[in-house]
Design a protein around this ligand. Structure first.
Ligand SMILES: NC(=O)c1ccc[n+]([C@@H]2O[C@H](COP(=O)([O-])OP(=O)(O)OC[C@H]3O[C@@H](n4cnc5c(N)ncnc54)[C@H](O)[C@@H]3O)[C@@H](O)[C@H]2O)c1
Length: 467
């Protein structure tokens, strides 16, 4: 029987990063992956393919603005969806290939097959050819991720009533895509198909889309997407989703108890994801799973069984690849006797629409609820020379700082390239910067990053320069 210091179950961004860090620290490491391809949801059916389609559809939507730039296109510009999806797959395959290379380079043994606990130190790997192999693990890291969840009355047929996985490989552009859930997935994939020509309707239970983010971001994103033609039904609870031939009929109820009916040809169910532990046999190792299906861990990411740890979507907290990566690294370093730490308040959140939406730290709603006195400074991109030159005028940067100490407590931005700009805010907050600190740092001109400096100036003494 092969025996390892650390066995990681699941090869998503949490699992593979943890494996590499374990190997770097000198552990004999193995990774078990149920699918043939490494990389988990993020690389195969999540972050990477959705960004590939967002990029392709963004290029297509930009053509409408070519004339403004003095670019004349003669003849029809058409979409070849099959080719677009094939390019997306090529991006995925190349990225997954990169993980195979990293496993080899770090001498990590890869087992392809479903991993399930035999007991607290043994894992059986059931392979596709029907054989099974049991391996021994001094420590195990559960990194089995999550799967799309649904509503009890919806039957996902994967043809017309679909999840994000199917939405990444459609054979045609929907005529009318009805999206259930205006969270990150619904809005990102909604924009892809909106740009490609679909009518897109979003039904959201809460009173605004991306409800977990600062409400100013929801408001601005709603405004921009409405301008692009997306339709919103907020404060609507979906009651039924039925397939009728090639049509899908969605019924939802508003706060007054009135029912609306939307008929589309596809419906995307994006109401969240659930932790995935099917087939893991966690009970055989004695690992506790909560009522919500999460593997329970302490502050050191350790389960109730001392030699078994868990990270990423399968435990509490945001279901984000970069959060899982931090946890993967943290577990490896804990096992090596180090004392790593994660500040969960500083895990940024990003929506990869265009304009992009990005945030870190506390929202205004959270600060108000906690009774923390704060000041806010905002700066609109339309006042920036660079944004004007690029014709990317939507959005703003908002900085929230402590009323007394000026420490930055939250940064919320929507606009071009904010997915990358948020890194400056994370760095500043990690070093406990004040708004004035940011406002006194030189930001290259002309860049989108100047909006961060200007928002910091606005938060400091309401002394933004360009508004
Ligand atoms: N860019 C990114 O970082 C990114 C991209 C995709 C997915 N993800 C992650 O994947 C996970 C799943 O994404 P998601 O968009 O499915 O979940 P989500 O939690 O972001 O959004 C789900 C939405 O569905 C709504 N909803 C729930 N029940 C409803 C009902 N009956 N009727 C109408 N609306 C209803 C919720 O209010 C919520 O707004 C999230 O944790 C997300 O963070 C992240």
């Amino acid at each position: 029987m092969s025996s390892f210091d650390v066995v990681i179950i699941g090869s998503g961004p949490g699992g593979y990063v943890s494996a590499i860090r374990c190997a770097q620290l000198g552990f004999k490491t193995a990774i078990v992956e149920k699918y043939n391809a490494l990389g988990g949801t993020c690389l195969n059916v999540g972050c990477i393919p959705s960004k590939a389609l967002l990029a392709s559809s963004h290029h297509y939507s930009e053509i409408a603005h070519f004339a403004d730039h003095g670019i004349e296109v003669s003849g029809d510009v058409k979409i070849n969806l099959e080719k677009m999806i094939a390019r997306k797959q090529a991006v995925v395959d190349q990225t997954v290939g990169g993980i195979n290379y990293l496993m080899d380079k770090n001498k990590i043994t890869v087992f392809n097959g479903l991993g399930s606990f035999v007991d607290a130190t043994h894992i059986a790997v059931a392979k596709a050819d029907g054989t099974s192999e049991t391996i021994e693990a001094k420590y195990t890291v559960i990194a089995t991720g999550s799967k799309p969840s649904s509503l009890p009355f919806i039957k996902i047929d994967k043809e017309r009533i679909i999840t994000s996985t199917e939405a990444l490989a459609l054979k045609e552009v929907p005529k009318h895509l009805v999206i259930i859930g205006g969270g990150v997935i619904g809005i990102e994939l909604g924009q892809v198909y909106l740009r490609l020509g679909a009518q897109v309707s979003v039904v959201e239970f809460m009173d605004r889309i991306i409800p977990g983010m600062d409400s100013s971001l929801s408001k601005e994103l709603t405004k921009v997407l409405k301008k692009q033609g997306m339709k919103f039904y907020v404060s609507h609870k979906v009651k039924s989703v039925e397939r009728n031939g090639d049509a899908v009929v969605v019924q939802a109820e508003n706060a007054k108890g009135e029912t609306i009916t939307l008929e589309g040809d596809y419906s995307l169910v994006s109401v969240g994801r659930r932790p995935y532990t099917d087939g893991l046999n966690a009970d055989k190792a004695g690992v506790k799973i909560s009522d919500r299906g999460q593997v329970e861990v302490n502050d050191h990411l350790q389960t109730n069984v001392p030699n078994i740890y868990a990270i990423g979507d399968v435990i509490r907290g945001a279901m984000l690849a970069h959060k899982a990566e931090e946890e993967g690294t943290m577990v490896a370093e804990i096992l090596a006797g180090q004392k790593p730490h994660i500040d969960y308040n500083l895990i940024p959140g990003v929506v990869y629409t265009w304009p992009e939406v990005a945030a870190v730290g506390q929202t205004e709603e959270q600060l108000k609820a906690a009774g923390i006195a704060y000041k806010a400074g905002s700066f609109p991109f339309k006042a920036l020379g660079r944004a004007r030159a690029s014709a990317d005028l939507d959005g703003f940067v908002k900085i929230l700082a402590d009323e007394k100490t000026d420490e930055v407590l939250g940064v919320h931005m929507i606009g071009a390239r904010t997915a990358d700009l948020i890194a400056e805010a994370v760095t500043a907050m990690e070093f406990k910067a004040s708004a004035e600190d940011i406002s006194r740092m030189s930001h290259a001109h002309p860049t989108f990053a100047e909006a961060v400096k200007e928002a910091a100036l606005a938060a400091t003494e309401n002394r933004a320069i360009h508004v």
